[in-house]
Design a protein around this ligand. Sequence first.
Ligand SMILES: [Zn+2]
Length: 387
Amino acid sequence: MKQHSGKVSDDCSEIMTRTRQAGQPSAALVRPGELKFSARDVFHCELRQRVDFYFSSTGLRPRDCPQMYLKTVIVVGWCVASYVPLAFVAGPWWFALPLAISLGLSMAAIGFNVMHDGGHRAYSAYGWINRLMAMSLDLLGGSSYVWARKHNSIHHSYANIAGHDDDIDLGLLARLAPDQRRLKIHRLQQYYLWVLYGLMPLKWLMYDDFRDVLRGRIGGHRLARPKGWDLLIFAGGKVMFLSLAFGIPLLFHSVAAVLLLYLVASFVQGVTLGVVFQLAHCVEEAGFPLPGKDTGRVETTWAAHQIETTVDFARRSRVLSWLIGGLNFQIEHHLFPQICHIHYPAVSRLVEDTCREFGLRYAAHETFLSGVASHFRWLRRMGMSGA
Ligand SMILES: [Zn+2]
């Protein structure tokens, strides 16, 4: 997939010029219902130009934002401050339990804020800084190598397309998209899936990564088996994670205590990650388009597809935006994955205005809870027979 940096490219300028010369309506004149395929291309070009202008007029940099470096110190410090007393200090359950919960939340925060931006090359203009930030996932037990393929290229290209987007495939226990097979158990999925989200990291770190690498594919998509440095980082990351999660704590605590507290931290991390990602794509307002049967192609442009399949939430909550790495602005993230999330609130105003002018629907939940309620209703609907 072509990566979009927010910088207007030559081909985009060309499209704009040709469109205007051909007498097609400019952005401001396109009315809802008049969209054509080419007009949607113009939408993307127009939007990229506006975002480009935002950066050139304000003098802000799309990456290497000082706030991000400060944020990284804070969330990594939070994680270390939760882990060290938990691993090295023996204490009663009321001392350990809050620390395990805090550790789970801090691991999710590193994932949202540091690793995700690094993995998308949105953290810095320097490749090695992005790589370093992305590798925080290896320390947390996941594989930055597998994630780059699974998330960056598959999820971001095929968001919400059943059979392609691995993020909406939770196996037999969940039906998240209309084109997935419904089983009787799905009638209750709106109740039990929250627990399953909590168990996802365990499956991801201990099973999925190894399965994907051994098979050399993720779902129906090929995954080149890691070699050289990639293989070393994959294996080294797993060893370091297992040492941090189990090896070191077992020197100071009983097996039962280590396993129980690991499960608590992992569960909290999983529920947090699961809910944030599901609120962006698995709610009533999100579309689940399919490729045309004859053409095998999705009949929209890439940008229109991202907007159709993604929903923002709680955009006015600065605290939530800070904690979850701007992932409540998922539309902006999907359109501009290589722009640092610090800029999403400003970019969202440009995206929403441009969508309105082009007659594209821009979906956002006002609050976090309204997003949660919509996710609950979507799960209930997908679990009903005949839905
Ligand atoms: Zn992403």
